[in-house]
Each structure stands twice: as structure tokens, then as C-alpha cells.
Design a protein around this ligand. Structure first.
Ligand code: ADP
Length: 466
């Protein structure tokens, strides 16, 4: 079963890897130890064999001769025990072959004999001579330029076995201890390293839509967890902004809808309070109709914006003759310009056709020209121009009106924002027109910008890709 906690998983992985590494290292060390001990014994046996074969022995090798023990001691650096020495003359009539008393006869394989005849040494490991295997060297001895005899020296491998056994015992004791220590240390370290994650989880649990101003604690170390905390805080900041905007939007929208509804309700109530003449009723109904039209336009604007926000704005993609559309809108709005004493000016329009939604584009041009007329005092001028620039159609609506302060220029595209100068002029408006204009432009893949200096009019420029 997979442990559910990351800490347990980390510790488990860490401990398993460590155990595997220790086992691997232990196995390598165990084999290396065996190899090097065996090599040492072989070298010592060679030393003993050479020492015993010179000077060339004469007669019998005395039984238990002290020099054998001394020679073994010299090469094995310890008292010899379970040692074997045997001298043989397989190629002469000088039988019997001699061996020191107390040692058993060492077997001589035909292979070792043949190799000795050729002057070669042979190492063999014999089982069954004692409780431990015995390493035997068969060493040829030359006399007067030919191989005359051979000597066999053997040594019990007890020391090798015992040393390897001790090594295994030490490993068996140390390995679990090391794994236990490392596991415990790993568990503590993992707990320390993951504590910030627990704190983040706790903080994230506390944060809800109502408490989006809370933040996760950062350590400032710049490590992975700190970066995660910073990223979470950034995300919370963006969510907080989005929620704030949403709440502001609902409040503004309700407020904007409430005003015409209150007026409508008031007018109707007053009209119903006493009997009225048909003319009076007509006047009240006309006013009610105007308010209803305002509400309908507001609701339509809000709907368009929320659809654009959700990315589901219904758009036709038909060829639209922009120059014709601009002319049409100007003809339509000329009455309003005349009524306000504003001159509507059309510069020569370059004929341009783009792919887009005719209704939305009409609304865009209408909003801009309507604003130009609304925010330009009588005697002023609103000028429209359409030209091609690179891969864009550029529509410019400029006026000689009240203009915009730099800080207002950034805000006029926000929902419901109205510059103080516009409000104090008593102009009707909801503050949605430019926001809708921008949504339409963006839905066509274009952009809109404003240039203005206070009192010197404004210039709205729309770029629409061809
Ligand atoms: P509305 O005109 O209904 O108030 P808009 O979204 O069309 O809403 O415009 C937002 C604000 O931008 C306006 O209230 C006004 O302050 C400012 N504005 C828009 N067009 C112009 C313009 N041509 N000249 C000066 N100010 C403008």
C-alpha cells in the first residue's frame, strides 16, 4: 500500500536507496577482501616455496625442522597452523618422497605434475583435508639446469574464512543500525522541510472568497517552497482583484439600473394619484418609455459585456464595407450633432472592407461619434477619418471637446467610469459605452487608444486587422 504522506514516502525512498547502496558496497567490499586475502596467501606460499627450495636440500628434510616453521612465520607474519609441506622427486629413483611428520600427504594431480615438469607453478584449493579448505602451491625445483624435484606447500584458508565471517558479522550489525539512523534522520529532515507545506495547507484552508486578503506566509529564502508560497500569494492577489471587480460591477450595475427604475416608478405613481387629462397621460407614458429604453439599453450593454467576458460574444464574420458604415452612422447621427450645434466632419474615407460583425461595428462607431458630440460644446467639431496603415484599417474619431486628463484616459475604458467633467456637464450616460467599444474591437482582434490634452479635445483611434 502506498503511504499517503509525502514525508513517509520520502523517508521510505531514501531508506530503501540507502539500504541498496550499503548492500551493494558491502558485497563489493566482501569480494574484494576475499580476493586480496587469497592473493596475499598465494604470494606468501610462493615465498615459502622459494625459501624451502634453496639452497638445494641435501638428504631428508628433517621432520618438524625448525626452519619450516620459521619460514612460514616469516611469510605469513603469524604462527603457522595447519601448514603443509611436501617434497617430491617424481622423476628420480630417490623414493620415498619426504614430508614433515604430522602433515598428511598432499595429493598431486597429473596436471600439476605436468606443469611442474615444464617448470610452471600450480595453485590449487583442496577441500576435505581439514575443517577448512587448503591452498596448495606446487613449485618445481631446478637442479643443474633441469627440473629435478618439486615442493608442495599448503596453508589452511581458515584465516580467510574467519576474516570474511567477521566482516559479514560487522556488516550485519552495522547495516540495520545505519539504515535505522538514516531513516530516523530522513524522517526528521523531511518533517522540517515539509513544515511550510503544512502551514500553506492550513492557510489555504482558512482563505475563502470572503477572506481573499489573507496571504500564505513566505520564508524569504527563495527556495522552491518559498517560490510556491509567492506564486500562491500572487494568484490570491489576482483572485482578490477579480472578486473585488465582480462585486464592484454588481454594485454599479444595480445602482445604474435602480436610478431609471426609481424615476419610472415615481412618475407612474404620481400619474396614478389623481385623474389626468389624456395629454398628461401621454406625457407620463412618453417619459416612462424613455426610461424603459434607457434600462433596456443598459441591460443590453451589460449582456454584451458579460458575453464578451465569457468569450461567447455572438459574432458574424461577413465582409463589412467600413467607409460605407462610417458614412451611414454619420448620416444617422447628424440630427443629434445639428441639435447640439456641433459640426460633423468626414475626411475623405479610404474604401476598406474587413471581415467582421456589421451590427457590432456600427455600435462601435456610433458610441465613439456619440461621445464626441456629447463631450464637445456647441460650435465645436467632430471629425472622422478612415485609412489603411499596414495590415490595419485605422478609424480616427477626433473632437474639439472637453478632453481628458492623463489619469482619466486610463480609466475611461473601465465599466461605469465617468470623468468628473462629464458628470458635471450633466450629460446622460452609463459609463459603459467605451467599455463596450473596446470589447467589440478586441473581439475583432484589434485595439483602441485615446489621445487627449485637457481642453484640446480627444482623439480615439481604432485599429482593426484587415
Ligand atoms: P458615457 O459616455 O455613457 O459616460 P463612455 O463609456 O462612453 O460612457 O465614456 C466614459 C467616460 O469617458 C465618459 O463619461 C467621459 O468622461 C469620457 N469620455 C468619453 N468620450 C469622451 C470624449 N470624446 N471626450 C471627453 N471625454 C470622453
Amino acid at each position: 500500500m502506498r503511504p499517503r504522506s509525502l514525508r513517509a514516502r520520502l523517508t521510505l525512498w531514501y531508506t530503501s536507496l540507502l539500504t541498496l547502496t550499503l548492500l551493494l558496497l558491502g558485497t563489493i567490499a566482501y569480494n574484494l577482501l576475499g580476493y586480496s586475502l587469497a592473493r596475499d596467501i598465494d604470494r606468501a606460499l610462493q615465498g615459502v616455496a622459494v625459501a624451502l627450495s634453496e639452497p638445494p636440500p641435501r638428504g631428508r628434510l628433517p621432520a618438524g625442522a625448525p626452519d619450516v616453521d620459521a619460514i612460514f612465520r616469516r611469510f605469513f607474519e603469524m604462527s603457522p597452523w595447519d601448514r603443509y609441506v611436501e617434497r617430491r622427486h617424481p622423476w628420480s629413483d630417490r623414493t620415498p618422497q619426504e614430508s614433515p611428520a604430522g602433515t598428511e600427504r598432499l595429493p598431486l594431480s597429473p596436471q600439476a605434475l605436468n606443469r611442474a615438469a615444464a617448470g610452471l607453478e600450480t595453485f590449487t584449493t583442496l577441500e576435505g583435508l581439514g575443517p577448512y579448505p587448503v591452498r596448495v602451491l606446487t613449485h618445481p625445483i631446478g637442479e643443474a639446469g633441469r627440473i629435478a624435484s618439486l615442493i608442495q606447500v599448503g596453508m589452511s584458508l581458515e584465516s580467510v574464512s574467519v576474516t570474511r565471517h567477521h566482516f559479514l558479522l560487522v556488516m550485519a550489525a552495522v547495516l540495520p543500525l545505519a539504515v535505522l539512523l538514516a531513516g530516523g534522520g530522513g524522517w526528521l529532515l523531511a518533517r522540517r522541510a515539509l513544515r511550510p507545506v503544512d502551514q500553506m495547507t492550513e492557510a489555504a484552508r482558512r482563505i475563502s472568497a470572503e477572506h481573499l486578503d489573507e496571504r500564505v506566509r513566505t520564508s524569504g529564502t527563495g527556495d522552491e517552497l518559498d517560490r510556491l508560497a509567492v506564486t500562491l500569494n500572487d494568484m490570491l492577489g489576482r483572485l482578490d482583484d477579480a472578486f473585488r471587480q465582480m462585486r464592484q460591477f454588481s454594485a454599479d450595475a444595480s445602482h445604474e439600473l435602480q436610478t431609471p427604475l426609481t424615476i419610472l416608478q415615481g412618475e407612474l405613481e404620481v400619474a396614478l394619484r389623481a385623474p389626468r387629462t389624456p395629454d398628461e397621460y401621454r406625457r407620463v407614458l412618453t417619459s416612462a418609455l424613455e426610461e424603459t429604453a434607457r434600462i433596456a439599453s443598459l441591460v443590453e450593454g451589460l449582456l454584451l459585456l458579460s458575453r464578451a467576458d465569457a468569450g461567447v460574444l455572438r459574432m458574424d464574420h461577413q465582409p463589412v464595407d467600413l467607409a460605407r458604415l462610417v458614412t451611414e452612422v454619420c448620416e444617422h447621427i447628424q440630427v443629434l450633432a445639428d441639435a447640439r450645434g456641433v459640426t460633423l466632419n468626414l475626411e475623405p474615407l479610404t474604401p476598406i472592407t474587413i471581415q467582421g460583425d456589421q451590427q457590432h461595428l456600427r455600435r462601435l462607431i456610433l458610441n465613439l461619434v456619440d461621445n464626441g458630440i456629447k463631450y464637445t460644446p456647441a460650435g465645436g467639431r467632430v471629425t472622422l477619418a478612415l485609412r489603411k496603415a499596414g495590415a490595419c484599417a485605422v478609424l480616427r474619431v477626433s473632437d474639439t471637446g472637453i478632453g481628458l486628463a492623463p489619469e482619466e484616459q486610463e480609466r475611461i475604458f473601465q465599466r461605469f467610469y465617468r470623468a468628473p467633467a462629464a458628470v458635471s456637464r450633466g450629460e446622460e450616460g452609463s459609463g459603459l459605452g467605451l467599455c463596450i467599444a473596446r470589447s467589440i474591437v478586441e473581439a475583432h482582434g484589434g485595439s483602441i487608444q485615446v489621445d487627449s490634452a485637457d481642453d484640446h479635445g480627444s482623439v480615439f483611434t481604432v485599429y482593426l486587422p484587415l
